[in-house]
Design a protein around this ligand. Structure first.
Ligand code: KIV
Ligand code: NA
Length: 259
C-alpha cells in the first residue's frame, strides 16, 4: 500500500492515467496488486459478483469488512479503498462516522467511498474527512439508489447534468480526494474532470476522466450480468468451465490421479 491519495493527485497533475480495479478476495487481489494497478476498490458490487445478489443493496458492513480484510492481506502496492454499503451511512452523520471508523480500524483500508448523490451526503462526507479519513465521492449512476434511478445512464438532459456537476463541486468543497463518475455522458465527465482540481475515475463515463475503474469480474468475464459499458477482456467463465470438465472427465476415465 505504497500508493497514497497524494500520489493520485500527482498523477492528475502529470496527466498520467490512474488505473483502478475492484477486488473481493485474496488470490485475485494479489494478482491485481502485483500487476501494478494504482487503486484497488473493495466495491459493494461484491454483493453481486461474489455473493450472488441481484443488486448491491443486501451486503452488510460486516460482510464488506470481512472481504476487505482478505483483500488487505494481499495488497502491498495499491491504494486500498473500501465502499460503505447501503444503510451503513444513510441514517445519520453519527452512523456514517461509526461505520467509517470500523472499516478503517478493522481493515487495511486507507480510504472509503460512499455514494454522494444527495444533498445531505455532502455534510456527511465532510464529517468523515474531518476525522482524518480520506473519502472518494461517487456520483452519476449510484447503484445503491437502483430502485429510484434504475441501472440507467445519468445526467443526460441539461438539468440533470447541471445537478451532477453541482454535486461534484460540493464534494470537492468538503475535501474528497477523488471522484468516481459512473455511467454518464462523456461530455459531462470531461467537463467535471476539467473543472475539479482532484482526480476523476470513470466507469462508463468515457475517456476524458483522469483514470478508469472496472469491476474485475466483468473484465475477466466472470460476471453473471455484464453492464453495457464494461468490456470483457477475456471469457474466463468458458476457460474455467473447460478445465473443470476436463478434471471430471479425467477422474471418470481413471486418468487422474496417474499413480
Ligand atoms: O462497487 C463497485 O464496484 C463500484 C464501481 C463503480 C467500481 O463502486
Ligand atoms: Na460500489
Amino acid at each position: 500500500m505504497t500508493v497514497t491519495t497524494a500520489n493520485l493527485q500527482t498523477f492528475k497533475e502529470r496527466g498520467q492515467p490512474i488505473t483502478a480495479l475492484t477486488a473481493t478476495e485474496y488470490a485475485i487481489a494479489k494478482l491485481i496488486d502485483r500487476a501494478g494497478v494504482d487503486l484497488i476498490l473493495v466495491g459493494d458490487s461484491l454483493a453481486m459478483v461474489a455473493l450472488g445478489h441481484k443488486n448491491t443493496l443486501p451486503v452488510t458492513l460486516d460482510q464488506m469488512i470481512h472481504h476487505a480484510q482478505a483483500v488487505g492481506r494481499a495488497v502491498e502496492n495499491a491504494l486500498l479503498v473500501v465502499d460503505l454499503p447501503f444503510m451503513s451511512y444513510q441514517e445519520s452523520d453519527e452512523q456514517a462516522l461509526r461505520s467509517a471508523g470500523r472499516v478503517i480500524k478493522e481493515t487495511q483500508a486507507q480510504a472509503l467511498k460512499l455514494e454522494g448523490g444527495y444533498p445531505d451526503m455532502v455534510d456527511r462526507v465532510s464529517r468523515i474527512v474531518q476525522v482524518g479519513i480520506p473519502v472518494m465521492g461517487h456520483i452519476g449512476l449510484t447503484p445503491q439508489a437502483v430502485h429510484r434511478l434504475g441501472f440507467r445512464k445519468q445526467g443526460i438532459d441539461e438539468a440533470a447534468a447541471a445537478e451532477i456537476f453541482k454535486q461534484a463541486e460540493a464534494l470537492v468543497e468538503v475535501g474528497v480526494f477523488a471522484l468516481l463518475l459512473e455511467h454518464m455522458p462523456v461530455e459531462l465527465a470531461g467537463k467535471i474532470t476539467q473543472a475539479v482540481p482532484i482526480p476523476t475515475i470513470g466507469i462508463g463515463a468515457g475517456d476524458a476522466c483522469d483514470g478508469q475503474i472496472l469491476v474485475t469480474h466483468d473484465l475477466l468475464g466472470l460476471s453473471a450480468w455484464q453492464p453495457p459499458f464494461a468490456p470483457k477482456y477475456i471469457d474466463l467463465s468458458t476457460i474455467i468451465t473447460t478445465i473443470l470438465q476436463k478434471y471430471c472427465q479425467d477422474v471418470q476415465d481413471h486418468n487422474f490421479p496417474t499413480n
